[in-house]
Design a protein around this ligand. Structure first.
Ligand code: PLP
Length: 450
């Protein structure tokens, strides 16, 4: 029997109750740290262990203790159609019945590539992979293969996955981050080779003069400039007007490959991702998350000029699971749904109503904060009164207040990202009823942290 969510925010969840605690104890005996991804250690915020989720339907999920939550984590934005989408289930089940992988070519990957290239005009040729990190590696190798250079310019605080190639200065501590105009390249993890870190040049986001100076210092050395066009991993910091245009101009002028990491923004902020929203196309782009609607699939691709080396196999890219028909069928269904602008407009309206709700609630309670992003992905930052422009302006945020807010929300049945540096996502399954419940929960949580 599931304890269901009353339509009132007053319902207190018993998140972190006995069932989740016991599963975590059991998990720790066989899974390193009890988890399968480092980020999951803290997904429950202040709780001493993660919440174990048993099932999801639409906008909601249920934990092993029978608590129901409205889900705004949505597997970091992957579950864009909502949990257990019926159309996706039909597409994936049909493929399950006819075989999941053959290790050779299949029809669905071709149809999916056509759909993808049709939705994102800068894509002339694509390749599929299985995770965002993996597809980022493909894009970086394609850029290096094309230019014959090895250095990459990456922005401080942007996240492109856990793999060595780009896991540098993801969220460096200020004490180790170096000078603002010439940040240190800080390995995200022990075990990263110094040579790989040395190939990643770090630059602050939204700072045109510093960008030009760093590009000048590394003239002739850079294979690529890589960016999250909307910085999902920095509380949705937006590009300042003209900044993407500047990146485009400088990369073109200097013969550097411009790569957009659209792993979060792809198909979410516009049919053709952030590049469509802002009207500035990169040379290569990388997609995942919303692409698979919850199944593991990713893609990298771009202009024929650069991808031809991948096509000719002089730049190698492989993978047993690449373009497997099971994930491709789920992705094809998901993209066909997302090709309809009305779907995203509805998601956007839901998110905008929640953003308004947070702003109004904070104003009523006298809690200083900014809410930034768009209707389908956004974040509230406590303690700031103007939108931060880059990573170091996000750092002074009041993280204790965000943690208390998130804990209060969880108790009232809202599952949001426990990190104030990441963001909240809306799915196509969230509706007006969810908005009403969400805003009531936000009001109560805001009062509790005021
Ligand atoms: N790029 C961005 C912008 C991301 O948010 C993520 C994951 O959260 C990645 C890359 C890495 O993707 P994955 O976790 O699928 O390897």
């Amino acid at each position: 029997m599931h304890r269901t969510m009353a339509s009132s925010a007053e319902t207190q969840k018993t998140a972190g109750a006995e069932g989740s605690r016991q599963w975590f104890e059991r998990a720790k005996r066989v899974l390193a740290g009890g988890i399968s991804s480092s980020a999951r250690a803290t997904t429950a915020g202040a709780l001493p262990h993660p919440i174990y989720i048993e099932r999801g339907a639409g906008s909601r999920i249920w934990d092993v203790d029978g608590n129901e939550y409205l889900d705004y984590l949505l597997s970091y934005g992957s579950i864009i159609l909502g949990h257990g989408d019926a159309g996706l289930a039909v597409a994936a089940s049909a493929q399950l019945d006819s075989g999941t992988m053959f290790g050779t070519c299949n029809i669905v990957e071709v149809e999916l590539a056509e759909q993808l290239c049709g939705m994102v005009p800068s894509l002339e040729l694509v390749r599929f992979a299985n995770s965002g990190s993996e597809a980022m590696c493909g894009a970086i190798r394609a850029a290096r293969g094309h230019t014959g250079k090895s250095k990459i310019l990456k922005f401080e605080g942007h996240y492109h996955g856990w793999v060595d190639v780009l896991a540098v200065s993801n969220r460096p501590a200020l004490a180790e981050a170096g000078a603002f105009e010439a940040p240190n390249s800080q390995a995200h993890s022990r075990g990263t080779p110094a040579g790989v870190v040395g190939d990643v040049i770090i630059c602050p986001w939204n700072e045109p003069a510093i960008l030009r100076a760093i590009l000048d210092r590394h003239e002739g050395e850079l294979a690529a400039v890589v960016a999250e066009p909307i910085v999902a991993n920095n509380a949705c910091v937006m590009p300042e007007p003209g900044y993407l245009e500047l990146l485009r101009e400088e990369c073109t002028r200097r013969g550097i490959v411009l790569i957009y990491d659209e792993i979060v923004t792809g198909f979410r902020v516009a049919t053709g991702g952030a590049q469509e929203l802002f009207g500035v196309a990169p040379d290569l782009s990388v997609f995942s998350k919303a692409l698979g609607g919850g199944l593991p699939i990713s893609a990298f691709g771009g202009t024929r000029r650069i991808m031809d080396a991948v096509a000719a196999n002089t730049v190698k890219h492989g993978g047993t699971y690449n373009g497997n028909p099971l994930c491709a069928a789920a992705a094809l269904h998901t993209l066909r749904v997302l090709a309809d602008n009305d779907v995203r407009a509805r998601m956007n309206n839901v998110g905008e109503a929640i953003i308004d709700g947070i702003r109004r609630s904070a104003a009523d309670c006298g809690v200083p904060c900014v809410v930034q992003g768009l209707g389908t992905m956004f974040q509230v930052i406590f303690g700031l009164t103007k939108s931060p422009r880059h990573y170091r302006e996000v750092l002074p945020a009041n993280t204790k207040r965000y943690a208390a807010f998130q804990t209060a929300l969880l108790r009232s049945g809202l599952h949001v990202n426990s990190s104030g540096l990441a963001c909240w996502f809306v799915s196509a399954a969230h509706d007006a009823d969810d908005v009403r419940i969400t805003i009531a929960a936000i009001d109560a949580a805001m009062r509790s942290v005021a």
